[in-house]
Design a protein around this ligand. Structure first.
Ligand SMILES: [Zn+2]
Length: 243
C-alpha cells in the first residue's frame, strides 16, 4: 500500500466517484484472471481517485484496460470504453476469433494512454517493456500482474477513415450518425488490436500486423453494412498506415 498517496486514502466519494467505485468493485461474471478481484480493484480506485483515469471492464476475452486521458477528453475515453465493453461483443465470433491467439499472449492488464494526437501523427504505438510510463510501472507494482502499455490518438483515428465506404454503392441511409459512430468505434478497436498485436508478438513484421488489422476493419465493416443495408460496399482507396 506504500505506493498509494496519502491524500487518496480518506474522504467520502462524490456521486461521480461513487459511480466509479461501483464499477471498479463489481466483479465480471466471466473473470479469467485474479486482477478483477474486488480487493485489488478497490486499491486501484483509492489510488486513482481524482485523476483522469478510467478502469474499463471489457468483454471477457479482452484484457482489463485502464484508460489514461487528458482533462476535457472524456469523449474519447467514453468512445473507447464503449468499443471495448460493448461494440466488440457485437462482432461475430469468427471475427473476434482472429485475434484470439494474440489475446492469449496479452498481459491481463493494459494501460491505454489516450491522446488527441501524436506529434508524429501516428494513430497509436505500443510501448515495449522498459519504455512504459510511471503510471504503468506503479500499476504493475500494485497488482503484481504483467501490465502492458500503448497509446491511441483519438482525433487522428476519427479522421483516419480507413477503407471508406463507397457512397456510390450505398443508400443515403448509410450516411448517418449511426454508421459514422460504428466506424469510429471499429477504427478505435482496430488500432487498439493492432498495437496489442505488436505487444504480444514483437517479432511480427509491421506488414503482417497491418494486414491483419486492416482486413479485420474491412471485414467487420462489410458485415455491418451487409446486415444493416443488405448491400456490399466498395473501397475508395488504400488504407493509410496505422503505425
Ligand atoms: Zn504497427
Amino acid at each position: 500500500m506504500s505506493n498509494i498517496p496519502e491524500e487518496a486514502a480518506g474522504g467520502s466519494p462524490g456521486p461521480e466517484e461513487a459511480g466509479k467505485k461501483r464499477m471498479l468493485t463489481s466483479g465480471h461474471p466471466t473473470d479469467r484472471i485474479g486482477v478483477h478481484s474486488p480487493g485489488l480493484l478497490w486499491r486501484f480506485y483509492q489510488w486513482l481517485r481524482g485523476t483522469e483515469q478510467f478502469l474499463v471492464r471489457p468483454a471477457a476475452d479482452l484484457p482489463l484496460v485502464l484508460i489514461s486521458y487528458g482533462k476535457g477528453d472524456s469523449e474519447g475515453m467514453e468512445r473507447l470504453r464503449e468499443s471495448l465493453e460493448e461494440t466488440w461483443l457485437t462482432f461475430p465470433g469468427s471475427f473476434r476469433q482472429r485475434y484470439q491467439a494474440i489475446l492469449d499472449h496479452m498481459p491481463p492488464l493494459v494501460v491505454v494512454e489516450l491522446r488527441r494526437r501524436n506529434i508524429c501523427a501516428c494513430l497509436g504505438h505500443h510501448h515495449p517493456p522498459g519504455t512504459e510510463s510511471r503510471l504503468t510501472r506503479k500499476l504493475r507494482d500494485l497488482s503484481g500482474v504483467r501490465t502492458g502499455e500503448l497509446d491511441l490518438a483519438f482525433e487522428s483515428i476519427r479522421e483516419w477513415q480507413p477503407l471508406p465506404l463507397s457512397h456510390l454503392a450505398l443508400p443515403s441511409a448509410a450516411d448517418t450518425e449511426e454508421v459514422a459512430s460504428f466506424r469510429l468505434q471499429l477504427a478505435l478497436l482496430s488500432v487498439f488490436l493492432h498495437e496489442l498485436h505488436h505487444l504480444a508478438l514483437p517479432e511480427e513484421p509491421e506488414r503482417i500486423v497491418r494486414q491483419q488489422s486492416q482486413q479485420f476493419y474491412a471485414d467487420v465493416l462489410s458485415h455491418f453494412v451487409q446486415q444493416h443495408f443488405g448491400v456490399d460496399y466498395g473501397l475508395q482507396r488504400e488504407a493509410g498506415s496505422m503505425k
